[in-house]
Design a protein around this ligand. Structure first.
Ligand code: IPE
Ligand code: IPE
Ligand code: MG
Length: 258
């Protein structure tokens, strides 16, 4: 464990990366960054490896990027790890993906704790296998009082289902008198979403060249800046996150104004 902690603490970036990190920190850093981590399967296919080898490699990138996000002063990093549609995949792949949180947290939870990271999750937890749910809950419990980066996993997450469920609960609360329909507004409605308490993402990144949202945070991304790259998730490096943030910092956000 000492070794692992040491690795984590070694911020041994090249001088070029270090300069870019400092320059980014001197400007407005996106508070919430969301990433659709895509391309694990294609990464494996290119190497004639099974798809799960790509997922394994992708997990290492999660660690690297979490560490950098924390260092950059990003408040929330949401990672789309498994969609409500991903159950359609072959059983062996789904089984492996459901083991990844345990593998990731089993190895890196001490580092996350050491780095003051707070683990959270959005998605349908009840439908996850017991072992997956337990590992996530353990990490959430053990990091709940941490005050650093919020590492928010979107696991078994689907945005349309999230919105529909929020609508149903809103209607129920209006009928029972807990909520006055005339007072319902965007902020109050947001509290019915799984992202309650989290800010909307400022920056969305999707890897692997796909230019779509795949049912991810449809409400929350209304005014988010998008950045797409052809890089496959297992090939995603620190310099790519820095590039995305540099582009973000040069964008002009108008939110409908002038
Ligand atoms: C992203 O990589 C990981 C998940 C969706 C779980 P993919 O597995 O979708 O990789 P490609 O898109 O098939 O290359
Ligand atoms: C989106 O990727 C979901 C995750 C990254 C977890 P997919 O690979 O499932 O998306 P589609 O099927 O290409 O739209
Ligand atoms: Mg994909």
């Amino acid at each position: 464990m000492l070794n692992k902690l040491k690795l984590w603490k070694d911020k041994n970036h090249s001088s070029n990366l270090r300069e870019r990190i400092i320059a980014i920190r001197n400007q407005q850093v996106p508070s919430h960054v969301a990433i659709i981590m895509d391309g694990n399967g294609r990464w494996a296919k290119k190497r004639a490896l099974p798809r799960i080898a790509g997922h394994h490699e992708g997990m290492k990138v999660v660690r690297k990027i979490t560490k950098l996000a924390n260092e950059l002063g990003i408040n929330t990093l949401t990672l789309y790890a498994f969609s409500t549609e991903n159950w359609k995949r072959p059983k062996n792949e789904v089984d492996y993906l459901m083991k990844l949180p345990e593998e990731f947290l089993g190895t890196f939870l001490p580092e996350l704790i050491d780095e003051n990271v707070q683990v959270k999750m959005i998605g349908y937890k009840d439908k996850l296998p017991e072992h997956t749910r337990r590992s996530i809950e353990k990490a959430m419990n053990e990091t709940q009082n941490n005050t650093g980066l919020i590492l928010n996993f979107a696991l078994n997450y689907g945005s349309r289902a999230e919105i529909l469920e929020a609508v149903k609960r809103t209607v129920t609360d209006c009928k029972s008198g807990i909520m006055d329909i005339n007072e319902l507004n965007e902020d109050l409605f947001s509290n019915y979403l799984m992202t309650k308490g989290l800010e909307d993402p400022d920056l969305l990144i999707r890897t692997s060249g796909e230019i779509r949202l795949s049912n991810f945070m449809l409400w929350q991304l209304a005014y988010t800046e998008f950045w797409f790259t052809d890089v496959l998730w297992p090939d995603f490096e620190e310099k790519h996150l820095l590039e995305a943030i540099e582009v973000f910092q040069n964008r002009q956000r108008r939110f409908g104004g002038v």
